[in-house]
Write a protein that binds this ligand. Structure first.
Ligand code: SF4
Ligand code: SF4
Length: 230
């Protein structure tokens, strides 16, 4: 059946009227800031203190847009006779956001929690080279990273907290138990037999010479020696 003349116009006007009466969804950015979900992938922040320069993030990045430079440093042994150790020192950490595709792989693979998503997104530049953010800039983004959400009620305690609590309890128990004297502890460490007795004896007040059985058996210098012994 052929459509009635003017029906198309009526339909179009109906759509226009319906849309006019609906609540607007347009956000007036930049006059009004958008309300983004807290875990929005805006930019990547670097918590440098956690980074061990393991290079996992740079290796796994599909776009090869993470640049890391480092050098090795020797750390002297903490105890005498110990071994010197070497550690990596970070010289450069940069991410080129003109190449980054915001996949989040680098953040997922970092074993030391050194990379985080920040919801900040206003870092457009007129020069593409400025989109390579060096470590100082990446650190600034760190302060815009939102706190992690609270655990679900009844969820298991994170293993880091459990380990920290166990260590604190152990230290508290050690402080409550009376400790053996230092001399005994040192001797025990050295594996000396009867170290506790020796340390206790060392702590006893010195008795007068005459009280000692060993001394009574010995002739005194001012006494004549017994005949049986001559
Ligand atoms: S988000 Fe993805 S593309 Fe961007 S730096 Fe990380 S791994 Fe590379
Ligand atoms: S994976 Fe993490 S710890 Fe390793 S280099 Fe990257 S940011 Fe540093």
């Amino acid at each position: 059946m052929a459509p009635l003349p003017g029906s198309g116009l009526a339909k179009g006007l109906a759509v226009t009227l319906r849309t006019m009466t609906k609540k607007t969804v347009t956000e007036q950015y930049p006059d009004a800031q958008p309300e983004l979900p807290p875990r929005t992938r805006g930019v990547i922040g670097l918590f440098e203190e956690n980074c061990t320069v393991c290079m996992l993030c740079a290796r796994e990045c599909p776009d090869w847009c993470i640049y890391i430079d480092s050098h090795k440093e020797t750390v002297p042994a903490a105890t005498p006779g110990g071994r010197d150790r070497s550690r990596n020192v970070l010289d450069r950490f940069a991410i080129d956001f003109s190449l980054c595709m915001y996949c989040g792989i680098c953040i997922e693979v970092c074993p030391f929690d050194a990379l985080f998503w920040s919801p900040e997104f206003e870092y457009s530049e007129t020069d593409i080279r400025d989109l390579t953010h060096e470590r100082d800039k990446l650190r600034e983004w760190m302060w815009t990273v939102p706190a992690p959400p609270a655990l679900d009620p009844g969820a298991e305690e994170p293993k880091e907290l459990t380990a920290a609590r166990k260590t604190a309890d152990k230290l508290a128990a050690q402080q409550e138990t009376p400790q053996p004297p230092e001399a005994s502890r040192e001797a025990a460490r050295a594996g000396e037999p009867h170290a506790d007795e020796q340390a206790r004896a060392a702590e006893q007040p010195t008795r007068p010479m005459g009280d000692s059985k060993q001394q009574t058996d010995q002739p005194r210098p001012d006494q004549p020696e017994q005949e049986g012994r001559e």
